[in-house]
Write a protein that binds this ligand. Structure first.
Ligand code: GLN
Length: 567
């Protein structure tokens, strides 16, 4: 029988439910259980693909091409596994599936109703996603008391009845505010959250108390009495700076054993946190720090939201930095300011990243930044749009193709270095935006001897071509003698035009890897410049495959180049 841990928020959102879910998964994994995570988002959107990242955080891309909630990214970073898109369940998906079925006449005249059809669909989706795992941690988005959460709470309550209480456990994550005029921690909001949960027939098994400070005895006692649970199940979870410390902190209160006991399970192995702790230790004690400029089109939304919108790049830098003993300090540079004030503002950065992006704003500023780092030999990493613009810059300033551009920005350019391939054009003509992107994991054959090859090789991320293993990665037939490939995730519409590859190559740019499409078209996935400390662009988003214990090769290469450069 598979087991479930349901994580529900009380009081307010944004208190680290996603990290807590990922941490619980990681802990149970250390006790020898195969765990995964499911995120339930009660919004009507089908997925996160069309949500504004500055409001909802980054759109996380899965191997199977899902555009889903960023919490799934935390689960992957902690658990070190690839999680498919079916693990993000939204209200929109649930209703759509039912209505589609109803339209096809599959209900045979039955009245389709909120109960039982909606909770049943939710349950089915949870079961499908948890099929190959021992324990599934289910995070319900929002907080208890939100109207839109009701069907999901109803569904998990139904699972409790069907599967038995020993197979499903509830964790309530609350927040204990310390109002400045009172100066002490208040438990009342938590009491109310417990009450609201109980109104849904749910009694929490464990309460994680988030707050600025640890929980004291008086408050623990209060919650114990109010929730009617033993005090050892009231866990203190004070603010900490480093999210990867959360599982370690939870384990100080023996959370893993407590969950196992409640689920009627025994530990299968002694947890071994050695690697995790050593990476954590590196993270806490860097030997140097470096200033990294992220050049993008930024709205005035404040640093916190920016961090959220680029969480995977941030984390990829943190992972690579920990391994190399570097503390990366990210600063946001608005490319529109470079357009107005020139590149002088880039002088004091140790490295520059141009992240992915859509639309036309601030593009010339980014191109100027690339020219500056290329000519001044400052380490540069171009991600997706960043790679596309690196090719445009090279075409304009080295190949002297005046006015070279990406068709996304200038559809009339004489030199469309970045283009919409015919297949993509067809998709754009025929449908709305959904479904027109190259999304998810694709394999790229890597050229031996290149920097990209060396970096992936060093991290053990190069695989050998065996037809079978390539299937899920949409790799076409192989027309090259090369057999070594890597896997990265994608989210874009435009590609580097195969027609210009030779011109760019003759002028010194190296294309270190290609995806081979079934129709024979080869798409450039990596570019690099020799005679430069680090100038690498990739059409992929390697930040989606960086894990705490297995940093992404390109981020390692980028930071290592910075370290060597600044010595
Ligand atoms: N806008 C570009 C494209 O669609 C790049 C997308 C990205 O950077 N993710 O191809």
């Amino acid at each position: 029988m598979e087991k479930y841990v349901v994580v529900i928020g009380g009081v307010l959102s944004g208190v680290g439910k996603g990290i807590a879910t990922a941490s619980i998964g990681k802990i149970l994994n250390e006790y020898g259980y195969k765990t995964t995570g499911i995120k339930i988002d009660p919004y009507i959107n089908y997925d996160a693909g069309t949500l504004r990242p500055t409001e909802h955080g980054e759109v996380w891309v899965t191997n199977d091409g899902g555009e889903i909630d960023q919490d799934l990214g935390s689960y992957e970073r902690f658990l070190g596994i690839d999680i498919p898109k079916q693990n993000n369940i939204t209200t929109g998906q649930v209703y759509k599936a039912i209505i589609d079925r109803e339209r096809k006449g599959e209900y045979l005249g039955e009245t389709v109703q909120f109960i039982p059809h909606i909770p049943n669909e939710i349950k089915d989706r949870i079961r499908t996603a948890s099929k190959d795992y021992d324990i599934t941690i289910i995070e319900i988005g929002g907080t208890v008391g939100d109207y839109e959460n009701i069907p999901f709470l109803f569904a998990v309550k139904g699972m409790e009845r069907e599967f038995g209480k020993e197979n499903l456990l509830y964790v309530l994550i609350t927040y204990m505010p310390i109002p400045s005029h009172i100066g002490e921690m208040k438990t009342k909001p938590t009491q109310q959250a417990i009450k609201l949960l109980q109104e849904n027939g749910i009694i929490p098994d464990i309460i994680l108390c988030r707050g600025k400070e640890p929980l004291d005895d008086v408050r623990r006692k209060k919650i114990e009495t109010y929730a009617n649970i033993k005090r050892e199940f009231v866990i203190s979870a004070p603010d900490i700076k480093i999210v990867y410390e959360v599982p370690i902190n939870f384990e100080r209160e023996n959370l893993g054993q407590k969950i196992l006991t409640k689920l009627n399970l025994k530990s299968k192995k002694e947890p071994n946190w050695e690697k995790w702790n050593s990476q954590l230790n590196n993270l806490k004690n860097p030997s140097t720090s470096s200033r990294i400029g992220m050049v993008g089109k930024y709205l005035d939304i404040g640093e916190f939201s920016l961090r959220d919108a680029y969480v995977s790049i941030n984390e990829a830098l943190v992972h690579a930095g920990a391994t190399l003993g570097i503390k990366p300090k990210i600063e946001w540079i608005d490319s529109k300011e470079i357009e107005q004030q020139g590149t002088k503002m880039l002088e004091n950065y140790d490295g520059i990243i141009i992240p992915g992006g859509f639309g036309t704003t601030g593009i010339e500023g980014k191109i100027k930044a690339i020219q500056y780092v290329r000519e001044n030999k400052i380490p540069f990493l171009g991600l997706c749009l960043g790679m596309q613009l690196a090719a445009v810059e090279y075409a304009r300033n080295v190949c002297k193709l005046k006015g070279a551009h990406s068709e996304e920005i200038d559809s009339n350019t004489q030199y469309p270095i970045i283009t919409l391939l015919p297949s993509q054009q067809k998709a754009m003509r025929e449908s709305l935006y959904g479904g027109t992107m190259r999304l998810g994991a694709y394999a790229a054959y890597i050229k031996p001897g290149t920097l990209v090859y060396k970096l992936y090789k060093k991290e053990g991320r190069i695989k050998e071509d065996t037809k079978k293993s390539l299937e899920p990665y949409r790799l076409g037939k192989l027309s090259q003698p090369q057999t070594e490939y890597i896997i990265e995730r994608h989210r874009h519409r435009y590609e580097l035009s195969p027609e210009f590859e030779k011109t760019l190559e003759d002028a010194g740019l190296i294309f270190s890897g290609h995806h081979h499409r079934l129709d024979g078209v080869k798409l450039a996935e990596f570019l690099e410049l020799p005679e430069h400390p680090f100038f690498v662009g990739t059409q992929a988003h390697p930040e989606f495959r960086s894990r705490f214990l297995s940093p992404a090769p390109l981020f390692l290469g980028f930071l290592l180049a910075i370290k060597n450069n600044t010595k």
